[in-house]
Design a protein. Structure first.
Length: 415
């Protein structure tokens, strides 16, 4: 969802549309106390909401009243590096709803009780970080936006099949390129019914935002400005004022896909409880949030991670049609200052640089992206080594490099 909402802001800016105004029961909320005295420049809470808006029915006075958030994430702009840091917050994260720590719930319940303000307050209290503004986007916006743009081309990395009769969501895609309409795009970005859960969904959302950025670059959109403005206006709710939204959306508009850095709050699924929760790993979450929101790297815990005198290890996934020998890849990465430990041929859609150590520096990222055209498209993600959301590794490497289909020309198909 991170990529989707970023695409929405790019879309709004392009149209010149600016709107009005381990958390267990016996453990206190995670806090970033003890961090260096650095305050993030601007942190925005972005939410994808299942509104109570009924298709074809009467429009409710407030379509967000009593609705739950399906996805949430924190976004921080880093002007010095020209990057956008995005932290995905699993909706099932176990939190305390109140300051007295007597009401335990899943994070997505906060919005249904008190809307965006309650969600913002819970997150600030739980994680000890400032959140300056929020933006809520109705999930129906995805459907409307894609149809208004005439569809979008995406690469489906694996067979996807799931039917949700209650939500009227029917997903049926074979592996390969597809041209999706609005309803199909909604299914593509919301699908989470595989072994990778939310981390797989985040990858698909990154694929989607890349496709949307290409679509939004089409000059012919100017001819449909009035229609597009009218289509999108009802689906956004924010407490940003005119100048704030202008500044934030304008910054995002200038960011390339490979400059958006993604992460998911580290943790694991609970066991032995009546309801399934995402239990946050406090130590890894502190390191990740420090890296993403405060732009600082905490030293690894004793006995963990890469030692300063040792080159970071790297594993590589690459497609057979890449036309490059493994030995050549190994030489390039070694010369860039990495220690290659494993190589796998695998056809994946998204080129990605996944840091499991949380120690990857901006200089190291630039060295990999500067190795050539295949490497230039890699997006950076931070997935902690011990997180349950760590699907793509070929060993116990510090970094995984995925060279995807997005680096090659394609022909889209229909299911």
């Amino acid at each position: 969802m991170a990529g989707i909402l970023a695409a929405m802001l790019i879309f709004l800016y392009g149209l010149r549309l600016f709107l009005p105004a381990d958390l267990r029961p016996n453990m206190g909320p995670l806090s970033l106390d003890g961090l260096p005295g650095v305050v993030p420049d601007y942190v925005v809470l972005l939410m994808g909401v299942d509104s109570n808006r009924q298709a074809g029915g009467a429009k409710p006075a407030n379509p967000y009243t009593g609705s739950r958030t399906d996805t949430m994430f924190l976004v921080r702009s880093v002007p010095q590096q020209r990057t956008l840091n995005v932290v995905s917050l699993p909706r099932d994260t176990k939190i305390y709803l109140n300051a007295e720590q007597t009401r335990i719930a899943k994070l997505n319940a906060a919005h249904s009780i008190g809307g965006p303000e309650q969600t913002q307050a819970v997150l600030q209290r739980s994680f000890g970080i400032p959140i300056h503004r929020y933006i809520a986007v109705d999930f129906q916006a995805i459907n409307a936006m894609v149809d208004a743009l005439g569809g979008v081309d995406v690469y489906v990395e694996k067979r996807m099949h799931y039917n949700d009769f209650t939500a009227k969501l029917f997903i049926n895609f074979e592996k390969g390129w597809h041209h999706l309409d609005g309803k199909q795009a909604e299914g593509f970005v919301r699908f989470r019914h595989d072994a990778y859960g939310d981390i797989g969904r985040i990858r698909r959302q990154q694929i989607f935002v890349d496709a949307m950025k290409q679509k939004l670059a089409d000059p012919s959109l100017l001819l449909r400005l009035p229609q597009l403005v009218q289509t999108m206006e009802p689906y956004i709710h924010t407490n940003m004022n005119f100048s704030e939204l202008l500044s934030f959306a304008g910054y995002i508009k200038g960011i390339e896909s490979q400059q958006i850095r993604f992460a998911t709050l580290p943790g694991h699924t609970s066991e032995g409880e009546a309801s399934s929760y995402w239990i946050v790993n406090p130590q890894e979450s502190k390191a990740l949030l420090t890296r993403m929101l405060f732009n600082q790297i905490l030293p690894p815990a004793e006995g963990e991670g890469t030692q300063p005198a040792v080159l970071p290890t790297i594993g590589v996934f690459y497609p057979p049609e890449m036309g490059i020998e493994q030995s050549q890849l190994e030489q390039q990465l070694s010369q860039a200052g990495f220690s290659p430990v494993c190589f796998r041929e695998k056809r994946l859609g998204l080129s990605q640089l996944v840091d499991h150590s949380l120690q990857l520096t901006d200089g190291q990222i630039q060295r990999i992206q500067g190795l050539g055209s295949y490497f230039a498209k890699t997006r950076v993600s931070f997935v902690a080594r011990n997180s349950a959301m760590n699907p793509f590794t070929c060993g116990n490497e510090d970094i995984t490099l995925i060279l995807g289909q997005d680096a090659f020309p394609h022909q889209s198909t229909t299911p």
